[in-house]
Design a protein around this ligand. Structure first.
Ligand code: A3P
Length: 352
């Protein structure tokens, strides 16, 4: 990798912070164990999840969520990437990292070429669960942090701060398909994994990681309406349709808009190209590398499956699709929202 140009507005890859601050790792916090044991429990793909303040949180991350609630100290220039799992987090992480580091590294030397986007931008729920809060505190500004924590569970130190947030959401039908495939990869070889219809049923009941998904989306949507200057609310499908437009919007929102000269030189196109599904998927690190989720190993390849809109048609009958759409539409309506930018879709091409 080339020596980076000095650029103090660019984040460092989290992997660097992890390597240099290893001595700051503490043992996983145990003080919440008693409290956690008192919460409603169920299992999903063999993973224990607890109902906490209206959301099902994986038990192994709940420890981190509780630590963040009690101890997270934000900085005014922190930037949060927030999502419901499998809604396009990896892509958004890559886009933000590439945007913010575009002046620091030549495009053919960007750390994204050798590190998975999750190694570049820290997932705080996980790392706080692992006793790595002091490493997150040691990351130099500007910090880019990611979380799946629902808005109502975030501490005041974040919601009451000047930090900006970018939320990405995705058609829940494609989210459950993506989640199910991800679990198949992570727990490969484990007996009695749920079938797609079993996972779908639980998802529709709101029984999913950080679910119910509709409440997750609604809470962030409401906040984005209340404070648009603080919260950017994006949809994966829109981004896939017009990546250049959204890359431009992202850069502006995070305070590093493209200059006229950059526009002319095609810098936005280079950012989008570096972060494109195929480009990232084909990288050695993402083909053969792996990381951890708390209770297991995850091949980075599992984060790059199809990267398309509408794969739900290959997994659902039209009845299933209409059922989930109906639940989500009803919840959005109850919350005073119409289906946000959700084009009415045909179920043509479904399993039946
Ligand atoms: P599929 O499983 O439908 O293919 P997350 O990053 O939140 O875990 O979401 C994963 C989903 O985003 C997966 O969807 C994955 O293929 C897709 N994805 C990953 N990288 C992408 C990229 N660069 N562009 C578009 N989609 C991407």
């Amino acid at each position: 990798m080339a020596t980076p140009n000095s650029n103090d507005d660019a984040p460092i890859p989290f992997e660097f912070a992890l390597e240099t601050n290893n001595s700051l790792i503490q043992s996983a916090p145990e003080k919440y164990d008693h409290f956690m044991a008192s919460l409603p429990l169920t299992t999903l793909d063999h993973r224990r999840i607890r109902l906490y303040q209206g959301f099902w949180i994986p038990e192994d991350y709940l420890r981190g969520v509780l630590t963040i609630q009690d101890h997270f100290a934000s900085r005014p220039n922190d930037l949060f990437i927030v999502s419901y799992p499998k809604s396009g987090t990896t892509w958004l992480k890559a886009l933000i990292f590439a945007t913010m580091t575009r002046k620091k590294y030549p495009f053919d030397q960007n750390p994204l070429l050798v590190y998975n986007p999750h190694q570049c931008i820290v997932y705080i729920d996980k790392h706080y669960s692992l006793g790595r809060s002091r490493i997150v505190e040691a990351i130099p500004s500007p910090r880019v942090l990611s979380t799946h924590i629902p808005y109502s569970i975030l501490p005041d130190s974040i919601t009451g701060s000047d930090c900006r947030m970018i939320y990405v959401w995705r058609d829940p039908k494609d989210v459950i398909v993506s989640l199910w495939h991800f679990a198949q990869k992570v727990y490969e070889g484990t007996p009695n994994l749920p079938s797609f219809s079993e996972s779908f049923e639980l998802f529709c009941e709101g029984n999913s990681y950080f679910g119910p998904i509709w409440n997750h989306i609604i809470e962030y949507w409401k906040e984005s309406k209340r404070k648009p200057e603080k919260m950017l609310f994006l949809k994966y499908e829109d981004m896939l349709e017009e990546p250049i437009k959204y890359a431009r919007i992202l850069a502006k929102f995070i305070g590093c808009p493209y200059s006229e000269a950059e526009e002319k030189q095609g810098v936005i196109e280079q950012v989008v190209d570096l972060c494109s599904f195929q480009k990232l998927k084909d990288l050695e690190v993402n083909k053969r590398g792996s990381g951890t989720i708390l209770d297991g190993h995850v091949p980075y390849a599992a984060f790059f499956r199809k990267g398309m809109v509408g794969d739900w048609r290959n997994h659902m009958t039209s009845e299933m699709a209409q059922r989930l759409d109906g639940i989500v539409a009803e919840k959005f309506k109850e919350a005073g929202l119409e289906m946000i930018n959700m084009k009415s879709e045909t179920t043509l091409g479904c399993l039946d």
